[in-house]
Every structure is written in structure tokens, then in C-alpha cells.
Design a protein around this ligand. Structure first.
Ligand SMILES: CCCCC/C=C\C/C=C\CCCCCCCC(=O)SCCNC(=O)CCNC(=O)[C@H](O)C(C)(C)COP(=O)(O)OP(=O)(O)OC[C@H]1O[C@@H](n2cnc3c(N)ncnc32)[C@H](O)[C@@H]1OP(=O)(O)O
Ligand SMILES: CCCCCCCCCCCCCCCCCC(=O)OC[C@@H](O)COP(=O)(O)O
Length: 369
């Protein structure tokens, strides 16, 4: 094939990726397979009574079938590249131990980039997060999290202190390695939230941050204390995107390619103070350092340290192809029946339902300074 033909084919592929019909198909496969997997997860409840560890292992694999579809959208559909800056001595430990991941919360798809790294280090099915309680009710992802023993908080410390600790204690005998994600900022960065948060920093006599919100320290302290002896380290992770881009889920679905850069420092858990006040001071210092890494990125376009990028693996793509083959055949049959029914009302109603399914609330586009 000549290079001209190749270029033309690439243009065709990009055009294909922007087609509404392709988006419909991707969403259909995600929604239907997600609900089937939720149902299978429900069926594992009796297994819990016989063997908790077996039920957990099954749920890890079922969860992988859902979350890896989103990872496949990022890695294989949009072709987004992910570069990891980290210490070569720490690199061999990633995926081979339990860890608490502290990540900046600035982008709509930062959790998905986190998932992508989980996938590359083989811990996607078991990855966990401290999430707000409302997310537990989101169909597919929220229901999947229930079976994965995700830790939910109400953001009311009087209640969270006990419930978060109890949920984390249950992970002590978890049968596979997991990464536990904590967005210490507690909410996604916006200029307004940043302004309020810096007023709080000022009132507490803390240095101002330019790229982060002031971290909430209580959740971090309770997580570290509850996972002592279970997690080996904190992975301090700082994420940014090249060319000042603000990636979105819709952008990924349209096949837009982004380039994510992630800087990870492995900090052994023993180095983190046990006392609540000292632990809070430690976290504030960590965020001041994270801020300086972002400043370095803004000036140089890269994070400090060497690059140790793990390659993407084929499993997320294979999983997506499996579910697509399984679910597109009955869809084809249904559409044939629909068209042969000849009812204009049924056809219009079906198109309207599918379009409504495509609209989702992840449209924020605010870039930190
Ligand atoms: C790279 C690899 C990645 C690996 C990824 C691995 C896994 C991925 C898995 C899944 C991905 C899916 C992602 C899903 C995303 C879900 C995201 C969320 O839901 S974020 C929201 C929930 N999480 C949190 O809130 C965590 C952080 N919060 C806390 O830790 C809180 O402390 C708390 C435990 C929730 C309790 O909250 P509460 O409000 O009750 O107490 P606080 O301590 O926070 O508040 C009182 C304290 O804060 C001071 N204050 C007041 N206003 C502010 C402000 N604007 N900013 C900062 N601080 C403020 C106030 O003065 C009090 O201070 P003090 O303690 O000194 O008295
Ligand atoms: C295969 C791909 C098909 C994709 C189509 C379907 C898309 C469905 C996407 C569902 C993803 C749900 C993942 C949940 C992650 C949400 C992140 C989030 O919501 O963070 C909350 C924080 O910010 C704090 O919120 P605030 O209340 O402070 O503000």
C-alpha cells in the first residue's frame, strides 16, 4: 500500500470514529454488557456465603469486563498515549503490592487515566477508590463498585470516621493486590473552588497552591492508619496533559487522541506519621511538592525524572471485541425486525431513546492555571 493510500485510510478511520452510529454501538455494548455483568455479580451473592475469597476473585474479573471497556476506548479507540515518569527502582514493585494512590483531581478523565495504568500493571479489576456515596447509585459502574467493596463516604466526618475505617479494615484479607485511589482535594478543580480553598489555606496559615485545591487531610489519615500492614506504600501521582489540553469522555468517544503524562513517586507507608496532626502537616507538604511538579511541567512540558512507560496490553481490546460480537448479533436481529415492522413511531421512539442514552453530565472544561 502506498503512503498516500495509507494516509487516506487513516483519514477514513478518523472519520469513522467521529460517526454517531459508532458511538451508539460503543455505548450499546457498554450499557448492555454492563447490566448483564451487574446481574452476574448479583448471582455471586450465594458464593459469598460459601467462600468469600472465591466470590471476591470472581467479582474482580467481572469488574474488569466493565472497566476495561472504558480503558479500551482510551487506549485503542482514541489511541491516547500515556507516559509514566518514575524511579526505575520503584517500577518493578508496581502491581506487585497494595498501595494507596494520591492523585490530583483536575480532569474529567483523570480516573480513566488512572484505570489505564491499573490495567497496564494488572490491578484494574481490583482497583478501589474513596468515592462519594451518590456514585454507588449510578447504574453499571456504581453497582459494580458495590460488589468490589469500594469505600464510600458521605463527606460528613462524624459518620465517615467510623464507616470509612470499617470498610478499609475489611480489605485487610483481600485476595489480590489492589490500588486504593484517594482524591485528597475532595472535588474536581475549578477556579471558583480554588479561590475558596485558598481562603481556607490563608486562614490556616498554609502556603497557597497554584494548581491544586487544599487537600482534605482527614480521609488520608484514616486511610493510612486503616491500611497500615496492608498497603506497602503511597504512590504520589501527578497527572497532566500535553498542549494544555482538557480531555473529555466525549472527545475520547470521537476518537480524539490525547497525551497523558503521569509522575509517580513511591513513598513507603512507614515514612508517613501516625499522629493525626503530623500526618495532616505531611499531606500539606506533599501537595506543595505536587504544586512545584506542575509548575515544572508548565515551564518545561515534562515532569522530573526518567520515563518508564509500561506498554498497553491487548486484553481490554479482546474483552471489548468479545462483548461486541456477543451483543451486536441480537441487535442486528432486533433492528431487522423493527424495520420490517414498518411502524414509523417505533423507529422514531427507538432513535430518541438511544440519543438520550448518549447524553451524560461529564462536560466540565476547566483547566487549572
Ligand atoms: C495512577 C494510578 C491511579 C490508580 C487508580 C486506582 C483506582 C481507580 C479506581 C476507581 C476510579 C474511579 C474514580 C471515581 C471518582 C470518585 C471521586 C470522588 O467521589 S471524590 C469525593 C469523595 N472523596 C473525598 O472527598 C476524599 C477526600 N476527602 C476527605 O478525605 C474528607 O476529609 C472526608 C473524609 C470525606 C470527610 O469530609 P468532611 O467534609 O466531613 O471533613 P473535612 O476534613 O474534609 O472538612 C473539615 C476540614 O476541612 C476544612 N475545610 C473547609 N473548607 C475547605 C476547603 N474548601 N478546602 C479545604 N479544606 C477545607 C475545614 O477547615 C476543616 O479543617 P480541620 O480538619 O483543620 O478542622
Ligand atoms: C466504553 C465507553 C462507553 C462510554 C459511555 C458511557 C459513559 C459512562 C461513564 C460512567 C463513568 C462513571 C465513572 C465515575 C467517575 C466519576 C468521577 C466523579 O464524579 O468524581 C466526583 C468528584 O469530582 C467529586 O464531585 P463533586 O460532587 O465534588 O463535584
Amino acid at each position: 500500500m502506498s503512503s498516500y493510500e495509507l494516509l487516506q485510510n487513516m483519514g477514513f478511520l478518523q472519520l469513522l470514529k467521529s460517526q454517531f452510529l459508532c458511538h451508539l454501538i460503543i455505548c450499546y455494548v457498554f450499557l448492555v454488557s454492563g447490566l448483564i455483568i451487574n446481574l452476574l455479580q448479583l448471582c455471586t451473592l450465594p458464593v459469598w456465603l460459601v467462600s468469600k475469597q472465591l466470590a471476591r476473585r470472581i467479582n474482580i474479573r467481572l469488574a474488569y469486563c466493565i472497566s476495561s471497556q472504558m480503558v479500551a476506548t482510551l487506549e485503542w479507540w482514541s489511541g491516547t498515549e500515556c507516559t509514566l515518569y518514575t524511579d526505575p527502582k520503584s517500577y518493578p514493585l508496581y502491581g506487585k503490592e497494595n498501595a494507596i494512590v494520591v492523585l490530583n483531581h483536575s480532569f474529567e478523565i483523570d480516573f480513566l487515566c488512572g484505570w489505564t495504568f491499573c490495567e497496564r500493571f494488572g490491578v484494574l479489576g481490583s482497583s478501589k477508590v474513596l468515592a462519594k456515596k451518590q456514585l454507588a447509585y449510578v447504574p453499571i459502574i456504581g453497582w459494580m463498585w458495590y460488589f468490589l467493596e469500594i469505600v464510600f463516604c458521605k463527606r460528613k466526618w462524624e459518620e465517615d470516621r467510623r464507616t470509612v475505617n470499617e470498610s478499609l479494615q475489611k480489605l485487610r484479607d483481600y485476595p489480590e493486590n489492589f490500588w486504593f485511589l484517594l482524591y485528597c482535594e475532595g472535588t474536581r478543580f475549578t477556579p471558583k473552588k480554588h479561590q475558596v480553598s485558598m481562603q481556607v489555606a490563608e486562614s490556616k496559615g498554609l502556603p497557597k497552591l497554584k494548581y491544586h485545591l487544599l487537600p482534605r487531610t482527614k480521609g488520608f489519615w484514616v486511610t493510612v492508619q486503616s491500611l497500615r500492614g496492608t498497603a506497602a506504600a503511597v504512590y504520589d501521582s501527578t497527572l497532566n496533559f500535553r498542549n494544555n489540553e482538557m480531555p473529555t469522555l466525549l472527545g475520547l468517544l470521537n476518537g480524539k487522541k490525547y497525551h497523558a503524562d503521569l509522575y509517580v513517586r513511591r513513598i513507603p507507608l512507614e515514612l508517613i506519621p501516625e499522629d493525626e496532626k503530623e500526618c495532616a502537616e505531611w499531606l500539606h507538604k506533599l501537595y506543595q511538592e505536587k504544586d512545584s511538579f506542575q509548575e515544572h511541567y508548565a515551564k518545561t512540558g515534562r515532569f522530573p525524572g526518567p520515563i518508564m512507560s509500561p506498554p498497553r496490553r491487548p486484553w481490554s481490546l479482546i474483552n471489548w471485541l468479545f462483548w461486541s460480537c456477543l451483543l451486536l448479533y441480537p441487535l442486528g436481529l432486533l433492528l431487522t425486525q423493527l424495520i420490517s415492522s414498518g411502524s414509523v413511531f417505533t423507529i422514531i421512539a427507538s432513535v430518541a431513546v438511544c440519543s438520550a442514552g448518549l447524553c451524560h453530565p461529564f462536560t466540565g472544561k476547566v483547566k487549572p492555571p
